[in-house]
Design a protein around this ligand. Structure first.
Ligand code: CP
Ligand code: NVA
Length: 318
């Protein structure tokens, strides 16, 4: 019989050398194998030494969790990270992306990029000869979604057939949550104010990937969305790059705050998730963040474990 480690390795071996640009770049089997590997790494049942490989981080937006969890993940894999802040590299002075990507591919073994347009990260992937990871764009946050579903799986054991609600802006986090949830057989309900629904292209992608029986629903009624769910998720109302809209959005989203009253409408054992950073008193109350239903800090921790598994898979270290 195949060992557990052998099973994980054979499922993840096709990922060696691949990019991870969208949640749709993985199959259900591969995501589940990454969850198994992340759990082994988290519990100390597995150690992987990649032998001094180097991760380059190119972040055009602020980050605490993504930056630090990638750095620590790489250190635990026996590798190193180089932080290529665009402000202090030639990237910020306009060096063409196609030159930067090819040069960095000669120094680094993998790149994680946080930027605005998805097309920019797709272009990096085109010109780079090493794997490129999406560390957040305006369109998606696929590493976050992996950590989110690992956290839900830890709580409930099984993901297929779970129903979760995301309340707030139909943004990058919502898009990846829908797409990844579809692949895993999770029913995902997204509740946004009118005009802030996820774009049709992401919804269509999620629906096209949905396992039989799993549904992706969009509504403008947060109370309706959370009825009977096992997890409620929210994120900031104005994402990075939308700071100018913050005041206006506060008014438009006022009815979408994840507060104690909304939480009461979910299942009794429902958990609360937020990718962080949070604006307490806006999209979520302090009380809900600090409640015993909150798994927000475990969710943040899981970024480390799942990204360690992902790096090991993309770098072929299994
Ligand atoms: N959740 C998340 O990506 O956090 P950072 O912006 O701090 O990386
Ligand atoms: N939607 C947020 C997520 C931050 C992790 C943003 O893009 O700013």
């Amino acid at each position: 019989m195949e060992s557990v480690a052998g099973g994980v390795a054979s499922k993840l071996s096709p990922l060696k050398g691949n990019n991870f640009l969208s949640s749709s770049d993985l199959t259900q089997d591969q995501i589940n194998a990454l969850f198994d590997l992340a759990t082994q790494l988290k519990n100390g049942d597995r150690r992987i030494d990649l032998g001094n490989r180097v991760l380059g981080l190119i972040f055009s937006k602020a980050s605490t969790r993504t930056r630090v969890s990638f750095q620590v993940a790489m250190a635990r894999l026996g590798g190193q990270t180089i932080d290529l802040n665009p402000q202090i590299s030639q990237v910020g002075r306009g060096e063409p992306l196609e030159d930067t990507a090819r040069v960095l591919s000669r120094y680094c073994d993998v790149l994680a990029i946080r930027t605005f347009a998805q097309q920019e990260i797709n272009n990096y992937a085109f010109w780079s000869s090493v794997p490129v990871i999406n560390a957040l764009t305006d369109s998606e946050h696929p590493c976050q979604a992996l950590a989110d579903y690992l956290t839900i799986k830890e709580e409930f054991g099984e993901l297929k057939g779970q129903t979760i609600a995301y309340v707030g802006d139909g943004n990058n986090v919502a898009n990846s949550l829908m797409i990844c949830g579809s692949l895993l057989g999770v029913n995902v309900r997204i509740a946004t104010p009118v005009g802030f629904e996820p774009k049709d292209s992401f919804l269509a992608k999620a629906r096209s990937l949905a396992l039989p029986g799993s549904t992706i629903e969009i509504t403008n009624d947060p109370r309706d969305a959370v009825k009977g769910v096992n997890a409620i998720y929210t994120d900031v109302w104005a994402s990075m790059g939308q700071e100018k809209e913050q005041i206006q959005r506060r008014k438009l989203f006022a009815d979408f705050c994840l507060n104690e009253e909304l939480l009461c409408k979910a299942n009794k054992n429902a958990i609360v998730l937020h990718c962080l950073p949070a604006h307490r008193g806006e999209e979520i109350t302090n009380g809900v963040i600090e409640s015993n239903q909150s798994r927000i800090f475990s969710q943040a921790e899981n970024r480390l474990h799942i990204q360690q598994a992902l790096l090991a898979a993309l770098l072929g270290g299994l």
